[in-house]
Design a binder for this molecule. Structure first.
Ligand SMILES: [Zn+2]
Length: 92
């Protein structure tokens, strides 16, 4: 019988709000080194969580996203990921 493992709380990298994985948006740095919004929450790689589009923007601005993912992101990449996040939030 499959029992669900203990739910782990994640926290938003911008405001620090804690929430379950399902309530936060995951951005992932894949093993190949690219960074993308992870709509499934299951992509392999190093993940960072934000609770809202505003927090995503704040995390970009303050470079918390780069720190959390341990990578450098240029302006174009940030714009691309921001677009992915905002379209995902609108679609949800
Ligand atoms: Zn937040």
């Amino acid at each position: 019988m499959a029992t669900e493992t203990r739910k782990r709380q994640r926290s938003c990298i911008a405001c620090g709000k804690q929430a379950g994985k399902a309530e936060l948006y995951r951005v992932v740095r894949t093993p190949a080194g690219s960074v993308a919004f992870d709509g499934t929450g299951r992509a392999p790689g190093r993940g960072a969580y934000v609770c809202s589009e505003a927090c995503f923007a704040a995390a970009c601005k303050t470079r918390k996203l780069e720190r959390a993912l341990k990578t450098k992101l240029d302006h174009d990449e940030l714009e691309r990921i921001a677009a992915e996040v905002s379209s995902a939030l609108r679609g949800a």
